[in-house]
Each structure stands twice: as C-alpha cells, then as structure tokens.
Design a protein around this ligand. Sequence first.
Ligand code: HSE
Length: 303
Amino acid sequence: MRVRSPATSANLGSGFDVFGMALREPYDLIEAERLPERAVELEIVGGYQVPLKPEENTGGYVALEMIRDFDIGGGVKFRIWKNIKPGSGLGSSAATAAAAAYAVNKLYGLGLSATELVEYAARGELVSAGAAHVDNVASAIYGGFIIISSRNPLKIYSIRPPSGLGAVVVLPNVEKGSTRRAREVLPSSIPLHHLVHNVGAASTLAAGMALGDPEMIKWGMRDVVVEPARSSAGIIPEYDGVKALGERFGAGVAVSGAGPAIIALIEREKRSELAVALKEFYRSRGYECVVYVTEPGPGVSEF
Ligand code: HSE
C-alpha cells in the first residue's frame, strides 16, 4: 500500500502540547508491504536521511511495538520519500510514526481506532523527542485542527478549520538542535497572569476554529510562556521581527512546534504577498529559507 502522511504544526502559539494542525504540504510518501518474516525493514528512497535501524526510527519503532503487542506472525517493509525535514518543527518524526501505525493497522487488519493509532504513533515520538507528546501524531492521524483535551486518558477533539484559512510556513536554514533541548529550556512554573493570558488566547483560538472565524484564530495564537522562553534560549532566530512582520500583514504568527519553522495563519488570498515578505525578511537577516504556501489539510491516507 502507498500512504501519504502530512507535515503538522503543533502548539499554534497558545496551545503548547494541546493544539495541532495537519498541513496540505509538505508531506511524506511511504510504501508499505508485508514481509513473511517477523522483521521491520526501512529504506529511504528520496529526500532527507533518517535512521534506518528500526528501533531508532520513529516508524520502525512503532511497527516493532505493534508486531509484538498483537503477536503478528509477519513483518513490514517501508520505503520512504522523506520530504519533511527532520528537526524542522513540522512533525517529521510524527509523519513517519503515523504512517507506520496506519499501515500496520491496515496491512494486518487490526481494526484499531484513531485514538489507538495515536497512542502507537506517540511511542515513536519517544524515540526522537524523549517525550511522548501527541500533538503532532494526533494531527497527522486525524487531519485538520485537533485539541488534546486530556492525555491520560487520551481524549482528542478534531475540528475542520474554516475553508478560507491559509497558512504560510517558513523554514530558515538553522539547526535548532533537538526537541528534547527545546523542552529543557521551558520554565517549570509560570506566573498566574501568564496562565490567564494563555487560557484566554487558547480558548479564543479553539472557538474561532469551531465558529469558522479567522480573526479569532489569529488573535488566539499569542503565547507568553513557551515561545518567549525558546526565543531567549536562542532556538528561534528573529522571533520578535517575524512576529511584528506578520502582524503588519494581519496574520497570526507562531513558532511551529519546537521550531525553527514559523507558521503564519492568514486568509488564503493574502498568502503569496506574505510569503514573499517573510522570505525577504529572513534573507535580509542572513538566512536562506524554504517557504510553503499551504493550508490545513487531511490526515494520513492511502493513495
Ligand atoms: N508540543 C511540542 C513542543 C511539539 O513544542 O515541544 C514538538 O514538535
């Protein structure tokens, strides 16, 4: 079978570890086939390189876990076109993990629910991030916008974003280091007024998704906790400048996941103009970048 698995943007500013959104582009393509023997094989046939040992690869690890848990008598081979850059903040590891969970479930007729697939895919995140955060994998499985309402027990709500909502994603050519490191720089406690701010912003964003109101969505992306901490730690280059630029264009701007990619949400017809301005902004500061003019998209699927 052939599977398409989307890039995802976690947090959307105010919803750290809670909000996520699947993007129409970029995406990985994965071919999966059954093996007669109980083994997991991986091959990268295009794009970025990732670990090929199954226990070190987010998708390979997920497949090993599912084969063991369901006592499957065979194995699986994955051939991967890795278009989503690892360490970019665009859910590269989650895309592989979600594709693996989806493919093994289908190839062996396990009949798992979407929530169960998310739990398996989250085990892949442990391999790469050291924490089984589920915001990226849930977005990759469900598509659209998701809310991790509770982690234990896992409860996910999924909302279809308004059709007029577009996204511009900018990936500057800097190495942010690991997601693990980007989590280590976060404060272990926060002042009450920061909590009040972020709850207000996140509620507005979620309500905006449900009501189909782009202004509420953009307004609700403002975070005063996680992004400033990561910016101060030097993980998000030009953070203040890029936020200010986005605001001038009427966009909501957030760090995508743990960065360094930035996601700007804006009406579809205003995307191109913003994309050009963002690219020029980074270039003027000495960074080359890849820009995706995209929109919310579907979850992992066969094609
Ligand atoms: N919510 C996670 C974080 C996403 O910000 O650390 C990592 O991709």
